[in-house]
Design a protein around this ligand. Structure first.
Ligand SMILES: NC(=O)c1ccc[n+]([C@@H]2O[C@H](COP(=O)([O-])OP(=O)(O)OC[C@H]3O[C@@H](n4cnc5c(N)ncnc54)[C@H](OP(=O)(O)O)[C@@H]3O)[C@@H](O)[C@H]2O)c1
Length: 340
C-alpha cells in the first residue's frame, strides 16, 4: 500500500488561494537521499513568486507543486549510499527552490544539502535559517570576500537575508551600518549593528561615510547611485542574481576598482555546518516574525508579499517535533571553533 502524507501545494499558478491542503504520496528515498520527517518549513519570497508564475518562462514546475526550500526535522530513513546521517538525527536543509517540497510532512533531500541541526535552537526556529542565512553568508564571504575590520553597509537589514547579513558580517569582524525603517531600528541594533540609518528619512549616500562593502539585501539599490559611497576597490553585492552580467569585472578599472557582484544562493550542507558553528554559540540567530500552522501557508504568503516581514516566517508542520531542541553540539570538537 502506498504511504501518504499531508502537504500544502498548488495545482495551477495564481494568488495565495491556489494553495491547497492535499494528501499526496510520501516521497521515496533515492540511494543518496534522506527522508526527513519535517518539523517546520520557512517561507521565502521565491515561494510566492513561483506560485504566482513569475518564473514560469524560465522554469517548468510539475503540478501539484509543493513549495518550500527550508526545512528542519528528524531523519526518518536514509538511502544505501548515505554515510553521514542516520534515522533519528535532527537535521536541517536547504532544498533547491525549483524542487521545493518543504511544505509537507515528509521530504526527500539529497545528502549533500543536509546538515545536523544546531544546538540550543528549537527545530521550529532552525527552519528559519537555511536559505536566507546561506544567501547572506555566500554574498559576504564568497562574492565580496569580506575581511575583518572592513566597513559594511547592509541595506534592508530587517528582512530574512538582511537580518542574517548584519549578524554574519559582525561575526566575521566587520563594522556594520544597517539601513532600515525607523520601526525596525531597535530590532536591528539588537542584532549587533554598530550604526543604524533610517532609509525613509536619510539616504546613506548623503553621509560622508564610505564603505568597503555595500550589501543590498532587498534589491532596491542601483550600482550607479551607490558608487560614490564605496571606497576604492569596494564591492557592491546585490541579491539580484542576474545584474552582475551588466557590469563585467574589467569595467572596475574605470571605477577605481569598485566592483558589482550578484549572489545566487547555492544549497549545501558544508555551508550549513559553517552557520551551525555560529548558531551553536549564539553568535547568530534566526529572527522569527510569525509562526503559522502549515494549513495557514496562504496567509504566510500574503504577509511575505507585503515586503514588511521582520526576519523569517515559519510554518509549523509537526508541533511536537518543532519544539525539540538539540542539547549537545553535533559537530566534532575540533570543528566547533568559530572560523571560516
Ligand atoms: N539571489 C538570491 O539567491 C536570493 C536569495 C534569497 C532572497 N533573494 C531575494 O532577496 C530579497 C529579500 O529576501 P528576504 O527573504 O530577505 O525578504 P523579506 O524578508 O521579505 O524582506 C522584508 C524586509 O525588507 C525590508 N524592505 C522592504 N522594502 C525596502 C526598501 N525599499 N528599503 C529597505 N528595506 C526594505 C523591510 O523592512 P522595512 O519594513 O523596514 O522597510 C522588511 O523587513 C527578495 O527579493 C528575495 O527574492 C535572493
Amino acid at each position: 500500500m502506498e504511504l501518504t502524507m499531508r502537504a500544502v501545494a498548488f495545482r495551477r499558478y495564481g494568488p495565495a488561494d491556489v494553495l491547497e491542503s492535499l494528501v499526496l504520496p510520501r516521497p521515496s528515498v533515492r540511494p543518496d537521499s534522506i527522508l526527513i520527517r519535517v518539523a517546520a518549513a520557512a517561507v521565502n519570497p521565491a515561494d510566492w513568486r513561483l506560485r504566482d508564475g513569475q518564473f514560469r518562462l524560465a522554469m517548468r514546475l510539475r503540478f501539484p507543486f509543493i513549495p518550500g526550500s527550508d526545512v528542519a526535522g528528524i531523519v526518518e530513513s536514509v538511502g544505501p549510499a548515505v554515510s553521514r546521517f542516520q534515522p533519528g538525527d535532527a537535521v536541517y536543509a536547504m532544498i533547491p527552490t525549483m524542487m521545493g517540497g518543504g511544505y509537507a510532512e515528509y521530504v526527500a533531500v539529497s545528502e549533500q544539502y543536509v546538515a545536523l541541526a544546531p544546538r540550543h535552537l528549537s527545530l521550529g526556529n532552525t527552519a528559519g535559517v537555511p536559505l536566507a542565512a546561506l544567501t547572506a553568508l555566500q554574498g559576504l564571504r564568497d562574492r565580496a570576500r569580506l575581511q575583518a575590520g572592513q566597513q559594511v553597509l547592509v541595506y534592508g537589514a530587517s528582512g530574512g537575508v538582511g537580518s542574517f547579513a548584519v549578524q554574519i558580517a559582525k561575526a566575521m569582524g566587520a563594522s556594520v551600518t544597517a539601513a532600515t525603517s525607523s520601526r525596525n531600528a531597535v530590532l536591528v541594533q539588537n542584532l549587533g549593528a554598530d550604526t543604524v540609518i533610517d532609509y525613509t528619512q536619510h539616504s546613506f549616500s548623503e553621509a560622508a561615510q564610505r564603505f568597503d562593502l555595500i550589501f543590498d539585501a532587498v534589491n532596491v539599490l542601483s550600482f550607479r547611485h551607490i558608487l560614490p559611497s564605496l571606497n576604492p576597490y569596494g564591492v557592491f553585492v546585490t541579491v539580484n542574481p542576474f545584474i552582475e552580467k551588466l557590469s563585467p569585472g574589467w569595467l572596475a578599472s574605470f571605477r577605481r576598482g569598485k566592483r558589482l557582484r550578484s549572489v545566487f544562493v547555492q544549497p549545501g550542507g558544508a555551508d550549513l555546518d559553517c552557520l551551525s558553528r555560529w548558531l551553536d554559540v549564539d553568535q547568530i540567530r534566526p529572527l522569527i516574525d510569525q509562526r503559522y500552522p502549515l494549513t495557514d501557508a496562504a496567509e504566510a504568503h500574503r504577509y511575505s508579499a507585503t515586503g514588511r516581514v521582520r526576519g523569517k516566517l515559519v510554518l509549523i508542520v509537526n508541533k511536537q517535533l518543532a519544539e525539540i531542541v538539540v542539547a549537545q553540539s553535533t559537530l566534532p570538537i575540533e570543528e566547533t571553533s568559530v572560523s571560516l
